[in-house]
Ligand binder design. Structure first.
Ligand code: SF4
Length: 256
């Protein structure tokens, strides 16, 4: 009887050992992981509330003015899908995304990072919102400031904890990416996509520490190099794979 009990205990201990880091630790849930549909069908993602993110708030206002003045879309942030969907049919989404403020608030402990284990091969960072450094109220007034590099460091740690998965981060924040990766090694499974705000101005030079550039064009402009338009990411994966070919790294999509 004694022997049987000991064997069982050892088995449980072995199992615990093996599954450490594979299954989430029994902590309170940290953050919010979104399950995506449409173009990003089958993807999971971590994002934040665009309406409260100062960078996004300011860009939206500025870009809307530019578009109005030009009488057409010249700045993609002025027709921000995220902002407009949160004002419209996705009214409850901001509440869930607010939970990810924790990624800007502090550097997560090793135990907390274990909450972010993904059984996926590809994962999206910032499907909504930019790298978060400041929160604003409904009038755009700053109500909270976070350490500038917390979110990017937490994303790096999450990527390092999931070496089986490739993470793609879309950002316009060269001020963070350049400074940060001048000093920190970038995880090999983190792809950083520079999000070009200027519509119909295709950038084909990749900024330092970025891996790809995402460009938007109106209608049939640059049709011969549109390599994203009309596709689903799961069928394409161009943004989620490292490549030496320029064509794989300069992405061009028609504005919706
Ligand atoms: S190029 Fe491919 S992977 Fe990248 S956004 Fe377009 S469809 Fe998705």
């Amino acid at each position: 009887m004694m022997l049987r009990l000991e064997k069982k205990t050892i088995l449980i201990l072995e199992l615990k050992e093996k599954t450490q880091g594979v299954f989430k630790m029994p902590l309170d849930n940290i953050g919010h992981v979104s399950k995506l549909r449409g173009k990003l069908d089958k993807f999971e993602a971590i994002g934040n509330n665009t309406k409260k993110n100062k960078f996004c708030y300011d860009r939206y206002i500025e870009a809307k003015k530019k578009n109005e003045l030009a009488g057409k879309i010249v700045d993609i942030c002025g027709v921000c899908y995220s902002h407009e969907s949160m004002n419209g049919y996705m009214k409850n989404l901001p509440l869930s995304l607010d939970k990810n403020e924790i990624l800007a608030e502090k550097l997560l402990s090793d135990l907390e990072i274990k909450q972010f284990f993904f059984l996926q091969s590809f994962f999206r960072f910032n499907h909504h919102g930019e790298l978060l450094t400041e929160l604003v109220d409904d009038n755009g007034v700053t109500i909270k400031t976070f350490p500038k590099y917390n979110m990017i460091e937490n994303y790096c740690r999450i990527a390092e904890y999931n070496p089986h998965c490739t993470f793609a981060l879309w950002t316009k924040r060269t001020d963070i990416i350049k400074r940060y990766f001048d000093k920190r090694e970038k995880p090999k499974n983190l792809i950083i996509v520079f999000s070009n705000t200027k519509v119909d101005k295709v950038i084909s030079k990749i900024p330092k520490h970025f891996d790809k550039v995402f460009n938007n064009v109106n209608g049939d402009n640059f049709k011969e190099i549109q390599n994203c338009t009309g596709q689903k990411c799961k069928d394409c994966l161009r943004c989620y794979k490292h490549s030496d070919k320029l064509d794989d790294n300069i992405i061009v999509e028609k504005t919706k």
